[in-house]
Structures are given as structure tokens and as C-alpha cells.
Design a binder for this molecule. Structure first.
Ligand SMILES: [Zn+2]
Length: 433
């Protein structure tokens, strides 16, 4: 299908500028033209569908670099308890009763929320990856599937077979080798994850340095910081994405710099779980790639990149007592360009440019909270909300427009199945709110 988006205000995040009266032409899954409305190519482009943006913002879809979407099932379950208690006494207990069907519909519930807030790509790390992949393929969202050791689950042989059976699932899906964390996976499991990544040349993903306890335990057990431990095990021989990185010493920045390591900053989750404030300003100053993640909806409790951008900026300003850092333009880089780089698909997404995949969102400039427009970037990052999203397109296909999901998305069925799933899970695990 050929689609033409006209009269758009393009946020060119790579060049930190705003381009008004722009047209973007889409041919199939790809952006084929980006230029001014009166360009001859734009005018001659014979589209099946033309959408007049009426001055609304057009930008690359948000990239959620760390999520466990199916945890939408556990939203609001056991909030306001200490992290260790929340994780070990509640999440890990109820998760044992999850079935593939729960993951499928739970993931889709999370994806619906993400689509409504302009998220077009998710890195998802959770149980039953085939269900996560199917959930994304059926909704037509882009996925980076973190495949590997979940909890106390060191299983290289099964992992390889699983990868081989899933790797060609769909063009929308790519993979990372995954180990949950250094406190749930033993050293052998971490080493096996590196072997798996070596075999299939995959980038790597892991939760790291999320809490002071994790760092303290690591130093006590190995006499190394978490970053040093992973370096010694070989994680950084590959491109690597660390979730959280809240408690990483400046001494370890050098190690991250020497390798291709990105940090998925999850400000809402870090705040809610009382984990601390990741030093992302100083990391950015040290040329470490920082992107954004929502983490799971059980520890957030939303999937809303507007909120993550806002919180990420505000946390640094308040922590360092400085206002001239973490600008709105920087936050837009984190949620688009930097995310694509961290997920190793920056040759495909993260930019509005000919040849890139058509992962595009429309943000209204006519809603009350967006008026007046003195600075487009500021309005998106500091005033923007999911309800300002007027269109979400992935791979050239419109998934959501003017408050309505596309025909292939059965919202009622997803909600029905999720309500049944959490009812059963609470009964089986005997966990109640
Ligand atoms: Zn996580």
C-alpha cells in the first residue's frame, strides 16, 4: 500500500530541528520520500491513501528498550512493598503459574497501551518467547525478542533449538541473547549465554546494577563490580544493552566505553521500586549510549514513553540541581535514535528518512495541553500525553488512528482473556492484593 502524509511538522531529531509543511511518502513498509509539500516528487506520488496532518507533529515511533509487556497482567498487584519482597515473594511466585496463553494475551494488553502512547518497537524479555513473538506478529508491532535464561534457568541446549525454530518468524522480529540478571543466573548460565551469543552473533541483554544490594552482593561474592564481572565473562565482546545501570561507578564507565554497551534507563520503575537515580547525564557526557525503557507494567505501572521522557529529564535536573541538562531534544534522541542504536536496528528504524522502515507517529498540536506551541520539542516531552497520539504506524501499516485500533486488533478479546488469566493466576498462586 502507498500512503502519503501531508502538511506535517516533522521533528528531525537527528538534526535537532523542526521542518514545517512536510510530506512523507510510504511505499509498502518503507519510507520512500521525505520533503517539502510542494516538491514535485511528493505531488506526483500516487498514493492509495492520503492523510492530512494539518500541522500535527510527525516523528519516528518511540522505541521501548526494556519491557516485560505480559506483566500488564500484574499491574497494581502488590505495590508499595520493598523490591526484594515484591520480586521474590510475589512476582516470582505468581509467574510460576503463567501459561503460554497468558503471555500471549498479557503481552498484547501491554502492546495496546504502548501503541496508544506511540511505541512502535519493544524489546521484550519474558517467559515463553514464542507467545511474545506471536503476540507481536498478530498485532503487527516490531519486536526485539530477548531470548535466554529467565530465572534460575540455565538451558543452552534448549535455547539453541528454540532460537533456530523462531529466528525466521517474521521480518518484524529480531533477537538478543538474554540472561535475566547476575543474581538469578549462575556463572555457568551467564557463560552459556555468551556461548549462545557467539554462535549466532547476537547482541546481549541483561538487567544490571539495578539496586545497591545487587552491587554489594556481587562485590562480596566475586570481588568485582557487576560491570567488571560481565566484562570478564565476555558479555561485552558483543554489543550489549544493560537494563537499569542505576549503580554503576564512574570507574566502570571506561569499560563501557571500550565496548559497545548501551544503558536502557527505566526512570519510573527505578523510582517506584526505590532503586535510585541512574547517572545518565554523566554517562551521556562520557559518550555512553542511553535509551529508555518502561520496564514491566507491574513495576511502573504504565507503558507510556511520554512519562519516561519527562521523568528521565526531571530526575537528572533535580538530582544535580541543574536546569540546563537533559533537554527536550536530548530526551527525543533517547526515545528514538539512541533506542534504535541500542537494539542494533539503527539501519532500519529511529529516523524519518527515505529507505527507513515506516515506523511513524502523529502527535496532535491541537489538544489543550499542547497549546500554544512555542517549542515543539518542549511540548512533546514536557506536556505530551498518550492521548495526544493521533496515529501509530509500524512497518507502513496504521495500527491506531484517531482513537481507534485497526480491524485486525480485537481489543475486547484481549481484555476478556487477560481478566480471566489474572483471576486464575491469583487463585492458583494464592496471591491476593
Ligand atoms: Zn526488567
Amino acid at each position: 500500500m502507498k500512503i502519503k502524509l501531508i502538511n506535517a511538522t516533522l521533528l528531525d531529531v537527528a538534526n535537532s530541528c523542526v521542518l514545517e509543511n512536510y510530506t512523507v511518502c510510504i511505499d509498502g513498509s518503507l519510507i520512500s520520500f521525505v520533503g517539502e509539500n510542494d516538491n514535485l516528487f511528493a505531488q506526483a506520488f500516487n498514493a492509495d491513501k492520503v492523510i492530512d496532518f494539518e500541522g500535527d507533529i510527525l516523528c519516528a515511533g518511540f522505541i521501548n528498550c526494556h519491557s516485560h509487556n505480559a506483566m500488564a497482567l500484574f499491574r497494581g498487584l502488590k505495590d508499595d512493598v520493598p523490591l526484594e519482597q515484591w520480586l521474590f515473594d510475589n512476582m516470582f511466585v505468581i509467574e510460576k503459574f503463567l501459561q503460554p496463553k497468558d503471555i500471549y494475551y498479557g503481552t498484547q494488553l501491554g502492546l495496546l497501551e504502548g501503541i496508544k502512547s506511540g511505541i512502535t518497537t519493544n524489546l521484550d524479555a519474558y517467559f515463553y518467547p514464542k507467545s511474545i513473538i506471536d503476540a507481536n506478529i498478530d498485532l503487527k508491532t516490531r519486536l526485539v525478542c530477548a531470548l535466554g535464561a529467565t530465572m534460575y534457568d540455565n538451558r543452552l541446549e534448549g535455547l539453541t533449538q528454540e532460537y533456530l525454530s523462531l529466528k525466521d518468524a517474521n521480518d518484524l522480529v529480531s533477537f538478543m541473547a538474554y540472561a535475566h540478571s547476575i543474581y538469578t543466573i549462575d556463572t555457568k548460565g551467564l557463560e552459556d549465554t555468551v556461548i549462545f551469543a557467539n554462535e549466532y552473533k547476537l547482541p546481549m541483554h541483561i538487567h544490571l546494577a539495578e539496586t545497591l544490594k545487587e552491587v554489594g552482593d556481587c562485590v562480596q561474592k566475586f570481588n568485582k563490580t557487576p560491570v567488571q564481572l560481565l566484562e570478564d565473562i565476555g558479555f561485552f565482546e558483543h554489543k550489549c544493552l544493560l537494563a537499569h545501570g542505576v549503580h554503576i561507578d564512574k570507574d566502570d564507565y571506561l569499560i563501557l566505553n571500550q565496548h559497545d554497551v548501551s544503558i536502557a534507563h527505566c526512570p519510573a520503575s527505578n523510582m517506584k521500586l526505590g532503586s535510585g537515580i541512574a547517572p545518565i547525564h554523566s554517562m551521556l557526557e562520557s559518550n555512553i549510549n542511553i535509551c529508555l525503557g518502561t520496564d514491566g507494567p507491574a513495576s511502573n505501572n504504565s507503558i507510556d514513553m511520554f512519562r519516561e521522557m519527562y521523568l528521565a529529564s526531571m530526575l537528572q535536573k533535580v538530582n544535580l540541581c541543574e536546569t540546563n541538562i537533559m533537554s527536550a531534544k536530548t530526551m527525543m534522541r533517547l526515545s528514538t535514535l539512541n533506542g534504535a542504536k541500542a537494539l542494533c536496528i539503527d539501519n532500519k528504524i529511529g529516523k524519518i528518512e527515505a529507505g527507513y522502515k515506516a515506523d511513524i507517529i502523529r502527535i496532535s498540536i491541537k489538544d489543550i495541553n499542547m497549546l500554544p506551541i512555542n517549542d515543539y520539542y518542549s511540548n512533546v516531552v514536557y506536556s505530551g500525553k498518550p492521548e495526544n497520539i493521533k496515529m501509530t504506524m509500524v512497518n507502513g501499516e496504521i495500527l491506531y488512528e484517531n482513537g481507534v485500533f485497526a480491524d485486525h486488533i480485537d481489543v475486547e478479546k484481549i481484555v476478556f482473556e487477560c481478566k480471566n488469566a489474572i483471576k486464575r493466576l491469583k487463585f492458583e498462586s494464592e496471591i491476593q492484593v
